[in-house]
Design a protein around this ligand. Structure first.
Ligand code: FES
Ligand code: FES
Length: 160
C-alpha cells in the first residue's frame, strides 16, 4: 500500500508492505539511519522518533500506521537550533551520546524541553528511563539536560 505522511517537515510518500515496521522503512527505504533497531521490544529507546509530537518506538509501529502522521527523526531534529542546545548541554556535561542511544536521548530531551519549562527531577528521571545507556552516569545526563535547558532559554531570550 502507498502511504503519505510528513517526515522531517517534508511531505513524503512511499509503498510499504503490511508487515513492514516503521524502523525498517525509515532506515532501509528512506535512508534515515538515526533510528536504530536495538531490543525490538519498545524498551531501549534506540529507534525513537517523535510521532505526532509524542515519543514513539518505531520497532513497535507498523509502517502503514504512519499514514497521515507527522514524524520527526533525529536527522530532522539536527536541522533545528534546538538540537544545538541539547548537543552543547551534553558536551558541557561530558556525556556525548553514541549512535546507539542518540535518537532516544536527543528526541526525548527535545520533547521534555518543549513540553515544560519546569524541569523537575522526576520529569528528567522519566525522560532518562526511556533510553538505555550504561556508559555514563545519571548525574552527568541530568547536568547535560539542565545545561541544554539553559542554552535553549538563553537563545530564546536573544530571539533565536
Ligand atoms: S529497538 Fe525499539 S525500543 Fe528498542
Ligand atoms: S548507549 Fe550511547 S552513550 Fe551509552
Amino acid at each position: 500500500m502507498r502511504i503519505y505522511f510528513r517526515l522531517n517537515d517534508e511531505p513524503t510518500e512511499i509503498d510499504v508492505d503490511p508487515a513492514d515496521l516503521l524502523v525498517d522503512v525509515l532506515r532501509l527505504k528512506l535512508g534515515l539511519r538515526g533510528a536504530r533497531p536495538g531490543c525490538l521490544q519498545g524498551q531501549c529507546g534506540s529507534c525513537t522518533v517523535l510521532f505526532n509530537g509524542m515519543l514513539a518506538a518505531t520497532c513497535m509501529i507498523p509502517a502503514f500506521r504512519a499514514y497521515g502522521a507527522e514524524i520527526l527523526t533525529i536527522e530532522g531534529l539536527m536541522q533545528r537550533r534546538e538540537y544545538q542546545d541539547i548537543d552543547r548541554g551534553f558536551e558541557r556535561a561530558g556525556t556525548r551520546p553514541c549512535r546507539f542511544c542518540a535518537a532516544g536521548k536527543y528526541l526525548s530531551v527535545h520533547a521534555l524541553l518543549s513540553s515544560s519549562s519546569d524541569l523537575s527531577d522526576e520529569s528528567i528521571h522519566d525522560t532518562l528511563a526511556g533510553v538505555w545507556c550504561r556508559c555514563t552516569t545519571h548525574e552527568r545526563l541530568v547536568r547535560g539536560i539542565r545545561y541544554a535547558a539553559d542554552y535553549r532559554q538563553r537563545r530564546r531570550q536573544r530571539g533565536g
